[in-house]
Ligand binder design. Structure first.
Ligand code: HEM
Length: 454
C-alpha cells in the first residue's frame, strides 16, 4: 500500500485525563489505541512530567532515523537507565558510539556472518537435539526458557568465541534476565527522579554486582590472549583506542554487556512469539513443515538449505512485523526542526515504535492478521522503506540483523524438522512491555517427534 505524505498540521494531543486510566491498566494497548486514532499524524502524549511526541508515519520515521539522524540523538530520560548500565558502549551516542561500532562492525559483515553459519548450524542442531528427551517423555517445556537456552548456547559459541564457560553462563544468564526485568520499571517510568527509590532498585544493584563479577573476571582472563577468532570478545580485546593505548577493562565490560543484551534477549523473545502464532495458524505451520520436509528432510539443518526455504524466511519477516521485540526506541531533538509541519524544540523527546507503525491500518492492510505472504519478493517491493523497520534504520540500524535472520531461520527449521510442537493453551496476543515485548503468562508446549502422533 502506498503511503501519502501527511500535510502540515498541529499534533494530535492526548491529555492525561483521557489516557491515564488506560496507561495504568495496559500501557501497550493504550499506546496502540492512541496511535491508531492518530493514524500517522504526529501525536503529543501527556505523561504528566513530560510530553513526548509519538512518531508513526513512515515518512516521519525516515526523517528521524535517517535524514535528520544527527539531530535526533539517543539521549534524554529514556536512555539514561541504559547509559548508566552500559556506559560508552555501542548503545551510546556520538564519538563513543562510533568508536565501539568501528570495532564491532567487522564481526557482523555479511562475509563474516557467512563464515560463521556452519558453526552456527552445528550449535543449533546440538541445542535443539536436547528437546529429544521432553519429546520422548511428553513433559511440557517452558517456551521462553527453551528458546533462551537454544539462543544462548548458539550465541555464546558463535559470537562470543566459546569463551563464556557453562559455569559463567549459569551465573550470567539468570542475573542478566533479572536486570532486564528490573530495568523495565525505570524504562516505563523514566520521569521518576533517581532520588526516589522504586521497587526493585536494590535487587537491581545486587544483580549488577554479580554480573560485573562475572564479566570483569572474563575480561581479566582473556584480555591479553583473546585468540585470533572473528568473534565479539576478540574484537573488543584487540581494539585500539584513539591514542593507541589498549582498551580499558570497563570499556570491554560495557560492550560485552551491550552485545550480550542485544544478541540474546531480542532473538529469544522473537522466537518465543513464533509458537503462539503457529498455534493460531495451523495452515502456516503445515506450509512450513511441507517446505522443510522437502528441502531438509530428517537431516541436520545446514547453511546451504536456507536459500531453498523461502517460506521460512517470509514467516520470520512477518513474525517481526507483528512482534518487533525492540518495540520502542526513543530519540531526543538537539536542534529546532519540524516533523509534518509541527515545530520540534531542542530537548523534545520523540518516540519511535515499529510495533505501532506495523499495526497502523493506513500502512498495512489487515494489520493485525498474521500473513507471511506479505513478504514474497513481489509484495516486499510495494512497501515504503519505513513501513517495516523491526531493526530500526539510519546509522544506528541493528548490526545483528543478518545474524538474527540466519539464526532464527535455522532454529525454526531445526525444530520443525524434528518435532511437532503444540502449545498447552491459547496465548493472549498482546505482550507485556518492558525494554522488550514479553508474553504476559508463562508459555508451555509439548513436543512430539516428527512423523509420530500426527
Ligand atoms: C529480533 C531480533 C532483533 C531485533 C528486533 C533488533 C532490533 C534492533 C533495533 C530496533 C535497533 C535500533 C536501536 C536504535 O535505533 O536506537 C537495534 C540496534 C542494535 N542491535 Fe539489534 N535487534 C535484534 C537482534 C540483534 C542481534 C542478534 C544482535 C547482535 C548479535 C543485535 C545487535 C544490535 C546492536 C549492537 C545495535 C546498536 C547498533 C548501533 O547503534 O550502532 N541485535 N537492534
Amino acid at each position: 500500500m502506498s503511503v501519502d505524505a501527511v500535510p502540515a498540521q498541529k499534533p494530535k494531543n492526548f491529555p492525561l485525563y483521557r489516557t491515564a486510566a488506560g496507561f495504568v491498566r495496559d500501557p501497550l494497548r493504550q499506546l496502540e489505541r492512541i496511535s491508531s486514532e492518530g493514524d500517522g499524524r504526529l501525536i503529543r502524549i501527556d505523561l504528566g512530567a513530560s510530553h513526548p511526541y509519538l512518531v508513526t508515519h513512515p515518512d516521519h520515521i525516515q526523517q528521524v532515523l535517517r535524514r535528520e539522524s544527527e539531530n535526533f540523538q539517543r539521549d534524554g530520560v529514556f536512555w539514561r537507565p541504559l547509559r548508566e548500565l552500559m556506559g560508552d558502549s555501542i548503545l551510546s551516542e556520538g564519538a563513543e558510539w562510533e568508536h565501539s561500532k568501528r570495532v564491532l562492525q567487522p564481526v557482523f559483515t555479511t562475509r563474516n556472518v557467512n563464515r560463521l553459519t556452519g558453526l552456527m548450524a552445528g550449535a543449533i542442531n546440538n541445542a535443539v537435539a536436547k528437546l529429544d528427551e521432553p519429546a520422548r517423555t511428553g513433559q511440557p517445556v517452558d517456551v521462553l526458557a527453551e528458546m533462551g537456552r537454544i539462543v544462548n548456547e548458539t550465541v555464546i559459541k558463535v559470537l562470543f568465541g566459546d569463551k563464556i564457560s557453562p559455569n559463567d553462563a549459569n551465573r550470567l544468564i539468570p542475573t542478566f534476565d533479572q536486570i532486564a526485568t528490573l530495568i523495565s520499571f525505570r524504562f516505563l517510568l523514566p520521569f521518576v527522579p533517581r532520588a526516589i527509590p522504586m521497587p526493585g532498585d536494590r535487587a537491581f544493584r545486587d544483580a549488577v554486582n554479580v554480573m560485573d563479577e562475572v564479566l570483569f573476571e572474563l575480561v581479566e582472563r582473556y584480555r591479553d590472549d583473546p585468540g585470533d577468532g572473528s568473534d565479539i570478545f576478540t574484537a573488543l580485546c584487540q581494539a585500539p583506542t584513539e591514542h593507541g593505548e589498549p582498551p580499558t577493562n570497563k570499556w570491554i565490560r560495557d560492550n560485552l554487556l551491550a552485545m550480550f543484551a542485544t544478541s540474546t534477549e531480542t532473538t529469544t523473545l522473537a522466537l518465543t512469539w513464533l509458537w503462539p502464532l503457529l498455534h493460531d495458524h495451523p495452515d502456516v505451520q503445515d506450509r512450513l513443515v511441507a517446505e522443510i520436509e522437502e528441502v531438509v528432510g530428517g537431516d541436520p539443518v545446514r547453511p546451504d538449505h536456507l536459500p531453498r526455504l523461502p517460506y521460512v524466511s517470509q514467516v520470520v519477516d512477518e513474525l517481526l512485523r507483528l512482534y518487533p521485540v525492540g518495540w520502542m526506541f526513543p530519540r531526543m531533538a538537539t536542534r529546532p526542526t519540524s516533523i509534518g509541519g509541527v515545530p520540534i524544540r531542542p530537548g523534545d523527546s520523540v518516540l519511535i515504535s515499529p510495533f505501532l507503525t506495523h499495526r497502523l491500518a493506513s500502512v498495512w492492510e489487515r494489520p493485525l492478521e498474521f500473513d507471511p505472504d506479505r513478504f514474497t519478493p513481489e509484495n516486499v517491493r510495494e512497501h515504503h522503506r519505513y513501513a517495516y523497520f523491526p531493526f530500526g534504520g539510519g546509522p544506528h540500524q541493528c548490526i545483528g540483523r543478518h545474524v538474527f535472520k540466519v539464526e532464527a531461520r535455522m532454529i525454526l527449521t531445526s525444530i520443525l524438522s524434528r518435532f511437532r510442537p503444540r502449545l498447552s493453551e491459547a496465548v493472549p496476543a498482546m505482550p507485556r512491555i518492558g525494554a522488550t515485548l514479553r508474553p504476559r503468562e508463562p508459555l508451555e508446549m509439548t513436543l512430539t517427534h516428527a512423523g509420530k502422533g500426527e
